[in-house]
Design a protein around this ligand. Structure first.
Ligand code: NAD
Length: 294
């Protein structure tokens, strides 16, 4: 089976390398020539356009920043849709708007091409280890055909529902992560300002109901003043904007999203958009005039 892989960034590069290691034949494309060269050195072929990659592939994986990039690569001039053969499966693993996933899927269906939306959770370390959590939307028969490929990149691969469900699930994930980080930040700033050691607060509460994966991952970094990404604030803004657009389209309230995106945008406008999303605490620290450090 020939796999095309488009988008070799922080996530796509290690995911593509894992597919090569598992013995799959890959043809890759990215605007970044050095990423392409690295994959070619690892055994991939490369072609200069998404159209040409599509023409030689049975399965096409895309791992791009956001909805406009996926639209351009799949539906644009020189894009996948201009080269793709009938019965090809397109697996978009980018975190994008589920509304756009459905639009792109509908265009591909006109060429007898099925699309799955399959965003991931876990970040670069899990992309490298091949232990991502992958949440998939699309038809069951297409999922069955690519499940083995997805299992090379992820330790948990779940078909959630029809096309768009993968990205709805990812948005649900991102809302909960944002809310957890904001709650942790609010709580640790309160403790610090009230002269209680934030490290002791963390140790005292992490085993109780307030304990969480987010608290365990982010509190030690905050206490060390380490905001190196990880997952950038600007990417989380993108996900929360997609969550807000989706909430509007289905008619659900989203006050937590509204609040956290405003904090993140304020930090981004101060040049902190490339900080880890755990750096959200800096928004609280500035207003409270206190730093949460051990
Ligand atoms: P990235 O910016 O590092 O990589 C994106 C790649 O796409 C880049 O190499 C870029 O050159 C390429 N690209 C953009 N437009 C292109 C085009 N027209 N043709 C060919 N290539 C093009 O992003 P990333 O961190 O790898 O994230 C990819 C997706 O995965 C995003 O949707 C992100 O939200 C999601 N995600 C990221 C993480 C993380 O921790 N970084 C975790 C989970 C999910």
């Amino acid at each position: 089976m020939m796999i095309g892989f488009i988008g070799l960034g922080i996530m796509g590069k290690p995911m593509a390398k894992n597919l090569l290691k598992a013995g799959y034949s890959l043809t890759v494309n990215d605007l970044n020539k050095s990423a392409v060269e690295e994959l070619v050195a690892s055994g991939a072929a490369s072609l200069p356009s998404s159209q040409e990659v599509a023409a030689v592939s049975d399965v096409i994986i895309t791992m791009l920043p956001n909805s406009p990039h996926v639209k351009e690569v799949v539906l644009g001039k020189g894009g996948v849709i201009e080269g793709v053969k009938p019965n090809t499966i397109v697996v978009d693993m980018s975190s994008i708007s589920p509304i756009v996933s459905r639009e792109v899927s509908a265009e591909l269906a006109k060429k007898q091409v099925v699309m799955l939306d399959a965003p991931v959770s876990g970040g670069e370390p899990k992309a490298i280890d091949g232990t991502l959590a992958i949440m998939v939307g699309g038809p069951e028969d297409a999922f069955a055909k690519v499940e083995a490929i997805l299992k090379v990149m992820g330790s948990s691969v779940t078909l959630v529902g029809e096309i768009g469900s993968g990205n709805i699930t990812k948005l649900a994930n991102q809302i909960m992560v944002a809310a957890n980080i904001a709650g942790m930040s609010e709580a640790l700033v309160l403790a610090t300002k009230a002269n209680v050691d934030p490290e002791k607060v963390f140790k005292a509460i992490r085993g109780g109901l307030a304990g969480s994966t987010v608290l365990d991952a982010k509190a030690p970094l905050v206490l060390a003043g380490n905001f190196k990404p990880g997952f950038r604030i600007d990417l989380h803004i993108k996900d929360l904007q997609n969550a807000l657009d989706t909430a509007k389209s289905v008619g659900t309230p989203s006050p937590i999203c509204e609040a956290v995106i405003a904090m993140m945008k304020s930090l981004s406008s101060e040049g902190k958009g490339s900080d880890d999303h755990g750096g959200l605490i800096q928004w609280y620290e500035k207003l409270a005039e206190v730093e949460v450090r051990s």
